[in-house]
Write a protein that binds this ligand. Structure first.
Ligand SMILES: [Zn+2]
Length: 301
């Protein structure tokens, strides 16, 4: 009998190891106190929650979102608190648009670097705005070559989600049922995390340390505590971004066009996995869910 218990115990242990999942939280864009009076409060709330949970994170600010001195000071607060700071370009333009050349885009990368490279937390990691990396091979490869020649590594996400859309709903319909919106949002993040972890196991044969895309928003200022708890309860370990980015997955350069989206999605696309949607994540998928839940008036824009 004891042997059977031991065998059972070992099987449970092995299953646990097979299902071990880890994720790093990253936050895009930054905030501008000159445009949003609550910007400093939201920034402090996100940093405070990370501190309370002893989590190291990374922010990818864009000058278009941070504005001038006040917004850049909020980015500096991330560095002071021990988080990393990466590049999200100055203008936050979409490299997948024919209106933006590789040369212009590289100029925007350099402008953001000039603003944030003096911070101790600075790392030459590039997060492409909208996760778009070029609609032609020429543009995609010109930027990739420039990055290599200039010491930049890409900072893709493995788990993409629509937190920006839940933030829009949260801010427009704050008087609606806040608790139910919170639950729907946390469920959405966990659902996307499970989906991309499953896709990773399918195309990589393993669960990599994941990188989750979030934004420096009112929504995450309000609900980050709940997000962290929910992920831990679902068996996720939160790891520092540099630990995740050290995985070879994040250095892969999928040969797909249009280039970009999350890295697990892009690898799956390259491998010809059927049933992938494009764009991978978007408000168009979440709107009917929120309408059906009564959290968004039907027919709202
Ligand atoms: Zn962004």
């Amino acid at each position: 009998m004891p042997f059977r218990f031991l065998a059972h115990f070992l099987i449970v242990l092995a299953m646990g190891a097979a299902q071990a999942k880890s994720v790093a939280l990253t936050f895009d864009d930054g905030l501008d106190p000159d445009k949003e009076p609550r910007a400093a409060d939201w920034n402090a709330a996100i940093l405070g929650t990370l501190e309370r949970h002893d989590i190291r994170s990374m922010v990818f600010p864009s000058l278009r979102h941070t504005g001038g001195v006040a917004g850049r000071a909020l980015v500096a607060d991330w560095s002071k608190a021990g988080h990393l700071v990466g590049n999200h370009t100055s203008q936050h333009r979409n490299l997948g648009s024919p209106k933006l050349s590789a040369a212009e885009f590289i100029g925007h990368v350099k402008e953001a670097e000039a603003a944030f490279a003096p911070l101790p937390g600075w790392r030459p990691l590039l997060r492409f705005p909208y996760l778009k990396e070029g609609e032609t091979a020429a543009k995609r490869d010109e930027v990739r070559a420039w990055m290599k020649a200039n010491g930049y590594r890409p900072a893709p996400v493995s788990i993409d989600a629509s937190d920006w859309y839940y933030d829009e709903v949260f801010r427009k319909h704050a008087a609606a049922d806040r608790g139910r919106l919170k639950a729907a949002y946390v469920r959405h993040l966990l659902d996307r995390a499970d989906y991309y972890d499953g896709l990773a196991r399918e195309v990589l044969g393993r669960s990599p340390p994941h990188v989750l895309l979030l934004h420096t928003s009112a929504l995450n200022a309000a609900f980050l505590e709940d997000i962290i708890r929910a992920f831990r309860e679902a068996g996720w370990t939160l790891v520092p971004p540099q630990e995740a980015f050290a995985d070879p997955l994040y250095g892969r350069e999928p040969a797909i066009l249009p280039a970009g989206e999350g890295i697990v999605w892009a690898v799956a696309k390259e491998k010809g996995v059927a049933g992938l949607r494009y764009p991978a994540e978007d408000s168009r998928y979440e709107k009917p869910i929120l309408e059906a839940a009564g959290l968004l008036p039907a027919g709202s824009p």
